[in-house]
Design a protein around this ligand. Sequence first.
Ligand code: HDL
Ligand code: ZN
Length: 422
Amino acid sequence: MMKMNVEHVSTEDLQTVLGEIMDAVEITDIHTHIYPEAFKELSLWGIDELLTYHYLVAEYFRFSDMDYDAFFDLPKSRQAELIWDKLFVENSPVSEAARGLLTILNKLDLDVAARDLSAYRKYFSSLNHHDYIGKVFELAGIKDVVMTNDPFDDVERGFWESVGNKDARFKAVLRLDPLLNDYKNTSRRLVEWGYAVEETLNDKSISEIKRFLTDWVQKIDALYVAVSLPPDFFYPEDTSRGRCINECILPICKELGLSFALMVGAKPAVNPKIRVAGSSVGKSNVTAIENLCRAWPDNKFLVTMLSRENQHELCILARKFRNLLLFGCWWFLNNPVIIEDMTRMRMETLGFSFVPQHSDARVIDQLIYKWSHSKTIMQKVLFDKYKDLLDTGWKLTKEEISRDLENWLGKTFWNFIGREYR
Ligand code: HDL
Ligand code: ZN
């Protein structure tokens, strides 16, 4: 066969080529908590929302002995000022969440050195919400984001039952924490909505829960079904959660061709006084995931675990089950020291067959810092891994590197969930 005169990437050019491709790749962010502007007060953006991000609220209380309720009773703008003064003026903002806010200001070409909160507020107040979303997606290199949609949240359910989502950049996911983690109280909500379920999971309840799932998957066009589970989650387990997974969720996911995302290891309300910021982390049981993947070979499982101590075992498990796709450096793992460790371990164990990151953004602007910080680390790992290849005499083309990153940051996810990669 005639040898094509293809251009190979030299070691000297590798860093530049990687940077260009990383800047150009269009990312699917597979797990976020952001909303299109049609969802009004749920669609958070701007400096005061960024400053009152629950990560920064938790960090504020590390330095303040202010009464918790007194803080939360303050207007958001005053909370923001207290956090700004404590974490950015009285102390250097070296934490990942604090540095992230400065990255956003920097990428928006604001004068970070000025430390001028009123100037930043003036800038954000001059912006148009819709246009700003486009600017953030462009700055972050994001093509589309996957939301977290909770039908049990009255405000969110109201938007789905009135305006719905018409912004193609925002994809939906059916999130089921209340159903799985608090079935007794949730069953009463389902009855209010016309689903003839009972507190006991009898056959009628099982079929009505399946009807509820089908109705909502179709209403929001869910890409997958998701749940956050505590560290003590196990499968199989003879609980309402275990039966709902076994007799409702997995059969419906199989019938509709949907993946089931399990996010395991969150300990809710460890300190309820700091509200959303009050959750913590616990080591989970990877065998639960092993049992699910083996018992349901025709179902697909997207999995992320919250404890650093679970990561290697989970990584090895992914080598055993092709219906398991690991994703992201979730929440308390989303710090550079851990992101680099996890990404290297996963790549050395799984090649490109995992989703390296998701932002978990709650405020739209956070896409900018969460992806800027992670792409820097991913590029560092990729340079080392590709250089290792070149050192063996292997040859690489730009097209191959582009292919790898397109798969890694989007196509692998879309292929796994069985949806058209645009
Ligand atoms: O349950 C989840 O999806 C978590 O990501 C929580 O939303 C958590 O509070 C969070 O925001 N993590 O980043
Ligand atoms: Zn989340």
